[in-house]
Design a protein around this ligand. Structure first.
Ligand SMILES: [Zn+2]
Length: 228
């Protein structure tokens, strides 16, 4: 107490040179953080399926007997964080009635930095869902039958379903796992990027808008699947 007034000298003292460079570094880091933050803003677009893509879809993911015409689908570009922590621009084809909602959902996922490993058009995989799932690719429209139910068009055929990080969130039917590499994620309490769990904010972004989550089903589990 009695010595309190005896040290007017700054506690920084002769370290002030060090302090100045630390401050400079701090300013520099703030600048870098600002630059990164400015770059990492969400960009989402939606519009008619471009003619070049429609041509590819007619070769792979769409055919005449499909329940939804290409004119009722929209092509979207959506920013997302990858498993690498970087921002990527993904592509998705969905039903035009859901486009605004899908935009809002993926904006919310982006803002929360929920990682989506890949988001490429299913035609990049020749419309083969097994290959797309094995690549952990997030996709929506694909005119195909329900797994194990030939003749029954899946909600993906209407652009009304999205499979999110399918290897991390596999479908499990009678002990069979799709994709097979998804077996590594059967323990749903596992800590893994892009994993979806009951009550997660990511799952809620869909369900609070009236989407159904396949992870809540009881007859089978389809952790990657959302539909509306
Ligand atoms: Zn699905």
């Amino acid at each position: 107490m009695e010595h309190a007034s005896k040290s007017p000298r700054s506690p920084l003292g002769k370290n002030s040179k060090y302090t100045r460079s630390t401050a400079l570094l701090g300013v520099l880091l703030l600048f870098v953080a600002d630059a990164l933050a400015a770059r990492a803003s969400f960009h989402g677009t939606q519009g008619p399926v471009p003619e070049a893509l429609a041509l590819r879809m007619r070769q792979h993911s769409w055919r005449q007997e499909c329940p939804t015409p290409i004119a009722d689908l929209v092509y979207m570009q959506l920013s997302h964080y990858g498993y690498d922590g970087a921002v990527h621009q993904g592509e998705l084809v969905v039903h035009k009635e859901l486009a605004r909602e899908v935009l809002a959902i993926f904006k919310a996922l982006f803002d929360r930095r929920f990682p989506v490993e890949k988001m490429k058009i299913i035609d990049d995989y020749q419309g083969d869902d097994d290959v797309s799932m094995a690549d952990n690719n997030t996709s929506a429209f694909n005119c195909r039958f329900v797994e194990g139910k030939p003749g029954v068009f899946s909600m993906h055929s209407r652009g009304r379903a999205i499979d999110l990080n399918p290897r991390t969130n596999p479908m499990v039917v009678d002990g069979a796992v799709f994709p097979p590499a998804g077996s590594a994620f059967l323990d749903r309490n596992k800590r893994a990027p892009g994993i979806l769990r009951e009550g997660d904010p990511t799952v809620s972004e869909f369900t609070r808008r009236g989407w159904i989550w396949g992870g809540a089903w009881t007859s089978l589990k389809d952790y990657q699947h959302f539909e509306k």
